[in-house]
Design a protein around this ligand. Sequence first.
Ligand SMILES: [Zn+2]
Length: 401
Amino acid sequence: MILLSWNKLLCYTIEETIYVDKKASLVNAIKEHGFSIRDIYTVTQAVARFTNVNSITSDQKITVSVNDDNFLQSLSIMDGVNNHKIIATRTGDGFFVTKLVKLPDNMVFPIQEKFYHRDISPIFVENIIAKKSKLSDDLPKYKVFTASIHNSLYNTARNLGIHPNSIIKMVEAIEKQSSINLNKLSKNSKLETVVEFDPEENVNVLCFAILDNGSNNATFYNHEFRDGQRKVVNLDHYIGNGKGFVSPVDPSIPISSHYGNRYHPIKRKKSFHKGIDYATQIGTPVYAASEGEITVLSKSTSYGNLIKIKHQNGYLTLYAHLSKFAPNIKSGANVRKGELIGFSGDTGMVTGPHLHFETLKDNKHINPLQVLSNRSNFDISEIRNIKETIMNVRSVVSDAK
Ligand SMILES: [Zn+2]
């Protein structure tokens, strides 16, 4: 296991200039810098009042300023054609205020050939050179890196030589599929990655990552599904140990109430419990038990925030008391087995946070444990494909240890 410590690498540039060589959208021009999706969206909206954010050209020079935690503080766009400067500055409430400043006539703007210009600290350059010379005689295809995160996830991954596109996919996966807040990473956060070295491009492409923030972790594989789609997802939830329906939450979370007759905790009488309860904390990721179509996405008095998914062969699953729905999840959407659909919570009629999970076959309730253990409707070759990716990653990690 290679352990890299970057204690001395805290001297990052506070202000950076971004040059665009032909045409780019503002989002594409700044997203390699590891800002949160929310910040990118908010700042883009803020400057859209004064410029076409979908078409930034080489006449427009973008400057961003960030604090130590890589939080975007301000963004300005110098417009050489219109001779003005647009400045968006972060306000206390997380939004940006924009102003337009007229510039003196005949101002000259430097044009840079490179798309993205980033100042690199000298220590970082040395490390890159050291890494390159080591790789030259015997090129290992896969490498395992573990690094403490001192600055931002983006900068740490960048220092490991991971390609920006890979990092953006990982950042998006973490923001969409886990409950880890990248803007509030603890001091002992750690990133473990398996990367594949691409000698032609001289870059490391991310195959696998675990982000551990001390109390929580998020696991991701960069996997190509059999339909050709490449996704950065947690594959462990897709195979569910070979069982039919996968667990809607991390399988290690205990069941706090089983299916069947029980004494109702709120109604205080004997009643039939139509599902099982998982003892989840608020914000625990909830996954689709199998592939299907979201038929209900609503708020109910008893069930709280509720999702229903219709599956093949007359099966239906129900997920209740959610704190929120996952981004991009809407009624009518098709989901894959193991795809993140929401986060558990305590909405509706509850005594405390948990996930209430029901399964129905032909509109009749059945014990979810029966489905989770017996049924299998997952394409066998896809399972093999997923397992292969997981096995590859595991063997690379164990070789390195
Ligand atoms: Zn329940």
